[in-house]
Design a protein around this ligand. Structure first.
Ligand SMILES: CCCCCCCC/C=C\CCCC(=O)SCCNC(=O)CCNC(=O)[C@H](O)C(C)(C)COP(=O)(O)OP(=O)(O)OC[C@H]1O[C@@H](n2cnc3c(N)ncnc32)[C@H](O)[C@@H]1OP(=O)(O)O
Ligand SMILES: Cc1cc2nc3c(=O)[nH]c(=O)nc-3n(C[C@H](O)[C@H](O)[C@H](O)COP(=O)(O)OP(=O)(O)OC[C@H]3O[C@@H](n4cnc5c(N)ncnc54)[C@H](O)[C@@H]3O)c2cc1C
Length: 666
């Protein structure tokens, strides 16, 4: 009886939607074709028993890893059998939803050769990598240095006699430590090392190094290699073989140095090509951009679970003869709906960032390097902002699901454990925000010299206006005007940037100022990145948005995104005199009415993500809302429930119980 009632809750919820959900699915997917590919790949994975994942939390590390190898091999078999395109294959791997060595092979090893190899090197290595005849990883981080890439210690010393490089780990701290896929699977790595010729250090560069034999997978001479051990969470990221690696004078031919940025001639002369040296960091720019796109996936997944469960779950009160659905509590809405809005916001900013990345790549090919600093600042900043918000949001969604959110069968603990390292890998989020701050300070300092800010910093051209313009909100409805909101976020970012720049100018050494003011600089960078997200959401809404009611829903979500940020960072907006307390109070009223507007559409808005139950991996987030019977089913599958009397009863429980009986008799 109760189970049927739970199913009814979601059917009823879906009937309340005020927009065309199929049209919204296409907007979310980024187009009709993208939707079709994504939908087909999700179903393909969900219907294949090899890709089951409900047992990850109870497998031990060895079983877990072997199972990941099995899944990756099966995925590859299906990709070949079905002749999947690159786009389809990457979607298939995405829906397999298990961190694996293939992520690094396709996501970093191939891109680093593409981006930093010469044409000849690409011709030699990429076909083998595309066919998976070799498996590669990205070995940059060391035991002693991750954030500080210039501090890496591994050396690549040129030996002109044999026309070879000698790769060596001179210290314990120079051991490579962390690279995914390195521990067990990879046959090759792109290793970042200090280039030494003729006793001179020329800074870091990438080198292709074979690690294991292609015949028996044994490490090659001079290579010490292994897995770095269990990581946070049970199943979670432990499917990945993050590894360590030491080199004892390992020799590689000269042509295995990636030579797009720097070349070493046969005589050992180092030649710097005309591309900026920062292209050595280019793979990180590429991956940061993919991480932003991925943030909306992880966030939407958590939000989908929490929203569906909030509609099924009832506590207290009275609503049509039942207790109240927890989604109807204002507190639940004020915690959940900003996260729903953020999922859509991150989706659109991710789309835009993909475009920006393609644009900068095309420019680089045409030898126009002018937009590289902006691309670096945007990818670094948005990677930082979106992953931090998403990690916190997954945890908030767990709490929004009450006690049941803490069960592995809710899907949320594993999602959190898998996701949270995104705040650290591919650049620690604070270190990356400091890069954005540095870029902003430089942009502001160059304004006087006639240098025109580009792209996302163009608003700084209107600095004089932004430093004194009042916020154009007289009545509550003004808060729904996109240009009013965008200008407000510009004013806040501009005022915080200028205030920090002024404080910095008081230091005789800029590095000292940067150290002392770093916490403020991080706030400045955050404000700038939030402005980017808000304005890209607004720009999206200026495009043609087909489908009945779709645009109205997105407008409401855009306003929720911006106004909930305003509420969260009220201190910034008030202390920079961007708004008055009266205007803040009006914004709060508007937020409440926006929550009421979204409420009947909430389930349809998460259905638009089009996630299968397999992908969600959550009893609480099931499409049919049939939560309670399925929680029982999952509980009964636990190994502890295999026998009625537990293992260990005779050894450890019975003696205790007997002793208690004896005590009672005394
Ligand atoms: C579909 C595919 C999906 C694939 C996804 C797979 C996911 C798998 C999961 C995990 C993978 C994780 C992999 C990793 O973690 S790899 C290791 C990542 N490591 C880092 O990110 C290190 C972070 N550190 C740095 O990037 C740098 O050290 C630094 C913090 C930027 C500092 O650099 P540096 O010491 O050189 O100092 P400066 O700050 O002075 O910078 C000098 C100038 O260079 C400019 N710069 C910096 N970075 C870049 C860049 N990336 N691009 C362009 N320009 C850059 C900087 O702005 C300075 O310029 P200026 O003009 O001011 O001199
Ligand atoms: C799951 C996972 C997968 C990974 N995969 C790979 C991979 O495939 N290949 C690879 O090469 N690496 C990989 N890494 C390594 C990763 O890139 C680094 O861990 C990351 O760049 C952070 O560097 P770190 O560990 O040196 O942190 P640290 O720099 O030691 O950070 C420690 C603390 O110091 C702070 N800090 C550091 N510098 C500054 C500063 N200048 N100002 C203010 N605060 C600062 C940080 O904010 C942080 O709070 C992976 C890491 C993880 C967790």
């Amino acid at each position: 009886m109760e189970a049927e009632a739970a199913v009814d809750y979601l059917v009823d919820e879906r009937s309340k939607a005020q927009f065309d959900i199929d049209a919204m699915k296409i907007i979310w997917a980024g187009g009709k074709h993208e939707f079709e590919v994504s939908d087909r790949m999700a179903r393909l994975v969900a219907s294949d028993p090899v890709f089951r994942k409900d047992n990850r939390a109870i497998l031990d590390r060895k079983e877990l890893f072997k199972n990941t190898l099995r899944k990756a091999a099966h995925a590859w078999k299906r990709i070949i059998e079905l002749r999947l395109s690159e786009q389809e294959a990457s979607k298939l791997r995405f829906f397999v939803d298990e961190p694996a060595y293939t992520d690094l092979h396709w996501g970093m090893f191939i891109p680093v050769i593409k981006g930093q190899g010469t044409e000849e090197q690409r011709k030699k290595w990429l076909p083998m990598a595309y066919r998976m005849q070799i498996i590669g990883c990205y070995a940059q981080t060391e035991l002693g240095h991750g954030s500080n890439v210039q501090g890496l210690e591994t050396t690549a010393t040129f030996d002109p006699e044999l026309d070879e490089f000698v790769i060596h780990s001179p210290t314990l701290t120079s051991s490579k430590w962390w690279p995914g896929g390195l521990g067990r699977a990879s046959t090759h790595a792109v290793v970042f090392a200090r280039l030494i010729t003729d006793g001179k250090d020329h800074g870091i560069n990438g080198f292709i190094v074979q690690l294991r034999s292609l015949d028996d997978h044994l490490p090659l001479p001079g290579i010490i290699i292994g897995d770095i051990g269990m990581k946070f969470g049970n199943g979670a990221y432990n499917t990945m073989d993050n590894g360590f690696l030491r080199f004892d004078h390992v020799r590689i031919p000269r042509d295995q140095m990636l030579m797009r940025v720097k070349q070493v001639t046969r005589e050992g002369k180092v030649v710097q090509s005309d591309v900026p040296w920062q292209l050595l960091y280019g793979t990180m720019v590429y991956v940061r951009q993919t991480i932003v796109a991925d943030a909306s996936c992880a966030l939407s997944r958590a939000v989908c679970i929490a929203t569906r469960y909030s509609a099924v779950r009832r506590q207290f009160g009275s609503q049509n003869g039942h207790e109240t659905q927890v989604i109807d509590y204002r507190t639940q809405q004020s915690r959940l709906f900003p996260l729903l809005a953020s999922a859509y916001a991150f989706r659109f900013v991710g789309e835009w960032l993909k475009w920006l990345y393609m644009d900068v790549t095309q420019r680089l090919q045409a030898r126009d390097f002018s937009t590289l600093p902006e691309a670096h600042a945007c990818t670094a900043g948005l990677k930082s902002l979106t992953t931090s918000v998403t990690a916190d949001a997954i945890e908030e969604c767990r709490k929004l699901c009450g006690g049941h959110g803490y069960l592995c069968s809710s899907g949320l603990p594993e999602l959190f454990a898998v996701y949270v390292p995104a705040c650290t890998y591919e650049g620690d989020n604070i270190v990356l925000l400091l890069q954005v701050a540095r870029f902003l300070m430089k942009t502001v300092s160059q304004l006087g010299s006639g240098e025109r800010p580009v792209g996302t910093t163009t608003y700084l051209l209107r600095l004089e206006h932004l430093l004194q313009c009042p916020c154009d909100v007289q009545g509550a409805e003004d808060w729904l005007k996109p240009d009013v909101v965008v200008q407000l976020f510009e004013a806040r970012s501009a005022r915080m940037t200028v205030a920090c720049a002024k404080s910095l100018s008081k230091f005789s050494k800029p590095e000292d100022g940067f150290m002392d003011l770093s916490a403020d600089l991080v706030s400045v960078a955050t404000a700038h990145c939030q402005l980017i997200v808000v304005s890209k959401f607004v720009e999206k809404l200026q495009q043609d948005i087909p489908g009945e009611g779709v645009k109205q829903q997105l407008e409401a979500l855009c306003s929720i995104y911006a106004l909930s940020l305003l509420k969260k960072h009220l201190g910034d907006f008030l202390s920079t005199s961007c708004i008055t307390s009266k205007q803040a109070s009006l914004a709060n009223d508007v937020l409440r009415s926006l929550y009421s507007q979204v409420r009947p559409n909430a389930i349809a808005l998460v259905d638009a993500f089009n996630y299968t139950d397999h992908f969600l991996g959550s009893v609480l987030g099931r499409y049919d809302g049939n939560v309670y019977p399925k929680l029982y089913e999952e509980a009964l599958k636990d190994p502890l429930n295999e026998s009625v009397v537990p293992d260990g009863y005779h050894e450890y429980l019975q003696p205790v119980l007997k002793q208690r009986l004896r005590t009672a008799r005394l």
